[in-house]
Design a protein around this ligand. Sequence first.
Ligand code: ADP
Ligand code: MG
Length: 574
Amino acid sequence: MGSIRLLDDALADQIAAGEVVERPASVVKELLDNAIDAKSKVISVEISEGGRDLIRVSDDGVGMDREDALMCVRRHATSKLRQFADLSALTTMGFRGEALASISSVSRFRLVTCQEGALAGTEIRIEGGAEAQVRDIGAPRGTTVEVKELFYNVPARRKFLKARQTETHHVGEACLRTALAHPAIRLSFVSNARRVREYLPAEDRSARARAIFNDQPLLDVDGAHDGVALHAVLGGPERARAGARHLYLFVNGRPVVDRALARSVAFAYGDALEMGRYPAGVVFVELPPAEVDVNAHPQKTEVRFARASRVFDAVTRIVAKGLGTRSWGEGITGSVAAAKAPETSGPAARSADFWKERLAPGPSVEGKDRWGLATALKDDPGTYDPVSETPAKLADDAEEGPPAPEPSVPPLRVFGRVGSLWLAASRELLWAVDPQRAAASVVSMTWGESIPAQRLRFPERVEVDANTASAIESAIDALIAMGVECTAVGEGTIAIHTLPTLGPLVRATLDPPAVLDAALRALESDPAERAKALAHACCANVEDACAAAVIDRLHQEGLLESVARAWPASDLRP
Ligand code: ADP
Ligand code: MG
């Protein structure tokens, strides 16, 4: 007896009706999903002319009986959903019950299916959504769906299909994604009678990924944090590319395209990865189904997370830990994802905590650091490339948009340090720079009218005496203008909610109580001097790692003189 039911109308309406079929690749994706859901082990995808003329997906899955076969081509027929509450607990790939109905309404459609041990299989033919023609047919166990002349009855859509190679490429990508997520399946892809790819069964997802990205060394990353489990197989920074096209993302087994998620993976590489570049590889994120809305996009490649920033934060932490980039302590306040892109991408949009976390010193985790990310920065601050961090270069995909103008200032080389001073040389001069003063200058220079703030994920509570408490209360607005938002939460207890953002070039570990203290002291000085005073306080423990970048920036801006001692090179000659 069939296991397919019709969704009732109300439920049908609850599910946003969306076009499932956009191009051959979306048909292939739906048919692959169905084959996976049917527990297939061997699947073949065949297309001709990029899928324009023919798409055929055959599987050796459980198949359908005649009744189910007839039902499955009706809109909102699905065996996978009974009531709306189920939507949040989906574990199968498909669930809308509209793929086959949609596909058969815009093509010459044929489905042949047979269950294990059945006397006969069933063939269903549908021309452009017309009534189904059914007959018994001899067939092996499994299901084959043939889609001929896609959009033959919707000329406007057919006209918009791209060149054969483009559509073929997209179909190939759909196969690749399925192969990555389902390593046990044997999947072949044939285009114009030529076998393009054959994915042989692999032991697990790592093995599959290695077989697919066989040209580069890959690192396995596994971990869990804050309700997010992650498994990834990632390439090194030297193979990273502009744009996230080679970083395949999956959420609960479904392929997704999510810029913020890709970025949270890239963040974990720290400085080893220039902004806008992404590693190649595969990332599988697993969350409780109720926390992901896979219904956000008709083709189900976009997701909505119930608590996006925490998910992104967890992803960055797990990947960073796995790569050994930094030791990312537990319970660090602030959030990488709080620097929410893309609208506000750019270093200025990043929280102080972002940099604080990213650069917090400490032993790399369990001695890992297989890409040498942690050590690269420590040993050779000179390799830090500040130019790559300028906003103009932060465009998401470096291949898009005009290139950033190169500064015309002669190069300066930061080459070492004497005591607490950094030495930098231009052609004529040798400079000695105090990194803390330098950083404070860069920070106050980048702050505008009011100082940008970044919210702490967990407010920091500080005990204060009665005088301080009343001073804070009467200066709440002035403090907010300095990026320090706080509230009284009890007798003598203040919660600090935000800290000033130091900007991309300066990394310092901000201690919330110390910053509040500095802000209160800055209040006593002339308003014009406040930002400077606060910047000095915030940069009191600036890290060496950013000194080179800061010095270079000051040089570019022509401000190095104001914070450095300079010797003409001629004076240095013996
Ligand atoms: P959905 O996958 O969202 O349920 P579809 O229109 O893709 O909707 O498929 C409708 C139903 O047809 C599925 O729920 C499933 O029961 C059945 N079906 C589709 N393709 C296959 C297949 N290859 N093997 C077995 N059953 C299938
Ligand atoms: Mg389906």
